[in-house]
Design a binder for this molecule. Structure first.
Ligand code: SF4
Ligand code: SF4
Length: 395
């Protein structure tokens, strides 16, 4: 395994190799942001979102880092109706931007979902803190009600069934602050889906779903069972971080990735996070012909053997690391920076992890053997220093 170390010189060397200079220049990823676009309505295949009965175009918009309302406008004018955001995206700026954009639009012309993440273990004051968080989201969105609220980042069946959490979100629904209740998960643990069905309060699940997943044999039947029980599914991370290579240099074929995910009829819609008009156009083009060509199948099959950016979040590495580092979260932070080119979110993710000041310094070589072939030590060496970059310098 490659010798690694975390120091400034190493970071700069790796960053230069990875083209990470773009991480330090606000807006560098959004090269076509100023393009003027007259959007045409697209004819979308529609799917029903489980027992909610809501009919959605198979393409929606993830508003994770789109700080430019013109992209939301272009998506809306193209016929997209479902917009997905979160309390924490852009430190609240995405919700605020959406609130300003939608305030004069007919409420039945769009569907809006946001996410609030509880801190585990729940504090004594959890009920008030979580309610305040959701109320602030509604205030930023300038709405009395969202279509659904995701309890964000639930990866443990016990969390899904936590009585205090369930009581709070049921009250949100009873108070009319959300039409439906939902959960989002990064780890794609089938047991979380089963727990959501058993809990009986979650109508919708947002999960990572892409051609690189190595637990599809277990995941797909679980999705099917949950769909039969009435759960609606929304998919994210369909593009495995948006780049083909571990350094984030080469863009992935978005159309092939979307078409692959649409093969599962239980995925009602996908929420790619367009950050410019070209990315929106590419996704819209996929809607016109959702069948994977032979060439696209071969392309995706070949990519399955590449290291890439998408960490399965399987957790196999956790026991291998003598420092017990939260490696799956670190790999997610790496993907945000090198794949999404969203270093701010990467830094926020790293800050939540309470890492020691010097990570990995006791290992000459990384001990982790990742089934996805990730060079974990190298990725951590590249991402850990992002913690020390002032936020105003990050894109
Ligand atoms: S780094 Fe590898 S072993 Fe660890 S969670 Fe990701 S895919 Fe699994
Ligand atoms: S084994 Fe753990 S501490 Fe050692 S280099 Fe790998 S990730 Fe870092």
């Amino acid at each position: 395994m490659e010798k690694k170390g975390v120091n400034r010189r190493n970071f700069l060397r790796i960053s230069a190799t990875a083209g990470a200079g773009a991480l330090l220049i606000p807006g560098a990823a959004a090269s076509t942001l100023n393009k003027t676009e007259t959007a045409k309505k697209t004819a979308f295949p529609m799917r029903t979102l489980g027992r909610t009965g809501i009919k959605l175009p198979i393409l929606s918009m993830g508003v994770m880092r789109a700080d430019n309302p013109n992209i939301v406008r272009a998506a809306y004018n193209s016929g997209l109706i479902h917009f997905d955001t979160a309390h924490g995206y852009g430190r609240g700026m995405n919700e605020t931007m959406l609130g300003n954009f939608f305030k004069d639009k007919p409420r039945d012309s769009f569907i809006l979902a946001t996410k609030c993440k509880p801190e585990w273990p729940l504090s004594d004051n959890f009920e008030k803190e979580y309610t305040d968080m959701f109320d602030l989201s509604l205030q930023r969105l300038q709405m009395k009600q969202v279509d659904w609220l995701y309890v964000h980042d639930l990866n443990d069946p016990a969390q899904v069934k936590n009585e205090r959490l369930i009581n709070v979100i049921k009250k949100f629904k009873a108070d009319g602050k959300t039409k439906f209740l939902a959960l989002s998960m990064h780890a794609n643990n089938p047991k979380v889906i089963d727990a959501a069905v058993e809990a009986g309060v979650y109508d919708i699940i947002l999960l990572s779903y892409n051609f690189k997943l190595n637990n599809l044999k277990e995941l797909d039947p679980t999705i099917e069972r949950a769909a039969k029980a009435g759960i609606g599914f929304v998919a994210m991370k369909t593009m495995t971080g948006g780049r083909e290579d571990a350094e984030g240099n080469k863009k992935v074929n978005a159309q092939a990735c979307l078409k692959w995910a649409w093969q599962n009829e239980h995925i009602a819609t996908i929420i790619p996070g367009f950050t410019n008009f070209d990315e929106l156009d590419e996704c819209l083009a996929a809607v016109g012909n959702t069948t994977l060509s032979g060439g696209e199948k071969e392309y995706l099959a070949a990519l399955c053997n590449e290291e890439g950016l998408y960490c399965q979040q399987c957790g196999i590495c956790l026991d291998q690391c003598p420092e017990k580092l939260p490696v799956p979260d670190l790999m997610r932070a790496y993907m945000y920076a090198y794949g999404y080119k969203y270093a701010q979110l990467s830094k926020e993710t790293l800050e939540e992890l309470n890492l020691p000041e010097n990570v990995c310094t006791n290992c000459d070589t990384c001990k982790i053997k990742c089934p996805s072939g990730f060079n974990v030590g190298r990725k951590i060496a590249a991402i850990a220093p992002v913690r020390n970059i002032p936020t105003e310098f990050l894109s």
